[in-house]
Design a protein around this ligand. Structure first.
Ligand SMILES: Cc1cc2nc3c(=O)[nH]c(=O)nc-3n(C[C@H](O)[C@H](O)[C@H](O)COP(=O)(O)O)c2cc1C
Length: 336
């Protein structure tokens, strides 16, 4: 069975890729275990520009103007000791990962200024990463900020990074755009080599005992897969960039469905945090068994087979399906 796939111009031996998350990738040993369990590549957890600044603040205390203007914002962010890995350590980690793994290593960056995006993208390339994922995470709350300005800020980042590095660049975004198709095309035209759909925005809870915001992260369930699955189906064949699926991929069936709608890779996070890194092998083996049973010969053969590439107007198709879904629903108990 040929489980290989191509992603970001890299040939991967399998489509399973652990996605960016510090608890997964912070130890070299974990990365080795991912490789041993059949991962096609690994994405390292994101390095944040605030981490870069913390370190440079310590190095350049004489830049008082900078520290003054930064003081207020800094108070929202973790203290330096809460960042388990500073920028130099992150780059060193990439070097070590590259030296000890045979599978591609993808760095992940979340910056806040244009200089931050380009400077660190360059350093990640220098450290030997095979590719770079841009984790663009911003929640606009200013009502004067237009959708167009937000969209342009994304493509500006992609263009600037693409002009700075030679390694392939993936862009991880959230689904919260007015017109995802247009945003995807804009990112594609800006040079993104892949779109990673979708980032899950951290949504805090409230602790009623302390009356404080509770920064607890909820892991996903397979329900979360429907949103990226739909958008990958719609976008497949309509943009040049590869499509990577993330969110809610827990079971072999989830991987298969993502491949069929057109994903090049299926990224795993919550499922590995629930069941351990070695669970990747279980998912891979069962994916392969399903393919054998259904007489598939390769992953490539199924990629895009259930996409909407031949549907002229996906909006009409989605509307028809919406109506059909609402009308065909039958209560499973509790309602007469
Ligand atoms: C604890 C934790 C840490 C994460 N850290 C990052 C990160 O550093 N960078 C990033 O792009 N995504 C990060 N994510 C998002 C995951 O990579 C993934 O895209 C998301 O959780 C959806 O996949 P899942 O449903 O398999 O969890 C994190 C998720 C979790 C649960």
């Amino acid at each position: 069975m040929d489980l290989s796939t191509e992603y970001l111009g890299l040939k991967l031996r399998s489509p399973l890729v652990p996605s960016a998350a510090q608890p997964l990738s912070e130890k070299l040993d974990n990365l080795k275990r991912m490789e041993d369990s059949g991962a096609g590549a690994v994405v390292l957890h994101s390095i944040f520009e605030e981490q870069l600044r913390q370190e440079s603040l310590e190095l350049h205390k004489h830049l008082t103007n900078y520290t003054d203007s930064y003081a207020e914002a800094a108070s929202f962010f973790p203290e330096p000791e809460e960042f388990q890995l500073g920028p130099d350590a992150y780059l060193e980690f990439i070097r070590k990962a590259k030296a000890s793994l045979g599978i591609p290593v993808i760095g992940s960056l979340n910056a806040a200024t244009m200089g931050g995006w380009t400077d660190f993208a360059f350093k990640i390339q220098q450290a030997g990463a095979d590719a770079l994922e841009l984790n663009i995470y911003s929640i606009p709350t200013d009502p004067d900020l237009t959708s167009e300005a937000i969209e342009n800020s994304y493509t500006d980042i992609v263009r600037a990074v693409k002009n700075t590095v030679k390694i392939p660049v993936a862009v991880k975004i959230s689904p919260f755009f007015t017109n995802m198709s247009r945003m995807a095309r804009m990112l594609d035209q800006a040079g993104a080599d892949a779109l990673v759909l979708f980032n899950r925005f951290y949504q805090p809870d409230i602790d009623l005992e302390t009356m404080e915001v509770d920064p607890d992260i909820l892991l996903s369930t397979p329900q979360a897969l429907r949103l990226p699955m739909r958008w990958i189906a719609i976008l497949y064949g309509r943009i040049r960039a590869d499509l990577a699926a993330t969110s809610g991929i827990h079971r072999p069936e989830d991987v298969l469905k993502m491949m069929m709608v057109g994903a090049r890779v299926a990224m795993l996070c919550s499922v590995l945090l629930y069941h351990g890194i070695e669970h990747l092998r279980v998912i891979l083996d069962k994916t392969e068994a399903w393919m054998e049973e259904h007489e598939y010969e390769s992953i490539k053969q199924m990629q895009g087979s259930l996409s909407q590439t031949h549907i002229e107007n996906p909006s009409d198709f989605e509307r028809a399906n919406y109506i059909r879904a609402l009308h065909s629903y039958r209560p499973r108990g509790g309602v007469n």
